[in-house]
Write a protein that binds this ligand. Sequence first.
Ligand SMILES: [Zn+2]
Length: 248
Amino acid sequence: MVDLNDSVWRGLDSAGGNAAEALRRVLEGGGAFRENMAILGENLSHQLTWYSATACVLPHLAALCPRLSPADRMFLIAQMGPAAAAEAEWPLSPGTDVYREFYEGINGLRPVVKDLIQNHMDVLTAASEADRAMFALGALAFLGNRRRAYALWHLSGYCWEEGPAACSCGWECELFDLTADSEYLEAADIAPWDGKSLKDEAVWLNGLLSRLGVEEIPLPRLYGTAACPECGKREPYWTMFDCYWKAE
Ligand SMILES: [Zn+2]
């Protein structure tokens, strides 16, 4: 963990500058925790970009969690989800100091997220709708596929109504309707979730969204099967999304 007074912080970037000061306010801010946490989260995830200060902030937040209420821990995970997920698009090099800090933070926060999901569903369901949706995507960023979590934040920019796709045949840059099944996009039949297991990503994420009452995210279609309007090839929607992403 990098000390808040270490000169290392001056070489790390964040959207608002001086991430160490924003972190200090979170750690010492007392009653203003959520306000300070929201400022730190925005500082590190502005425009869904990766900021290197995130790597050194995460271990401090993991160490803070035992002193927070479950509701504040949920808020922390929701705020830091986009910042952590962005690493998937700007991957850190193994062996570097920031890489070690990042994984120290991720590994420290994973049990926090698991505990919230498995033992504090009453707290999660009592949060605001926006916080419930952000927490679910944050949970994916910390427990599962960070790239997929990042893609879901990207898709939230389309208000969950349309999803971009492209095909290896060269067809690209079209939007699939995510609001209804169509000949081009068929929803996956996702098995029910037992409320505990975190093994199958589509199952637990879909189950978590459902228990949290987050209805706007069309997960079965996003984990469903798409068909290319040009060549007719059928493959997972995520494969066609990745193809669009690569072409960007
Ligand atoms: Zn095609």
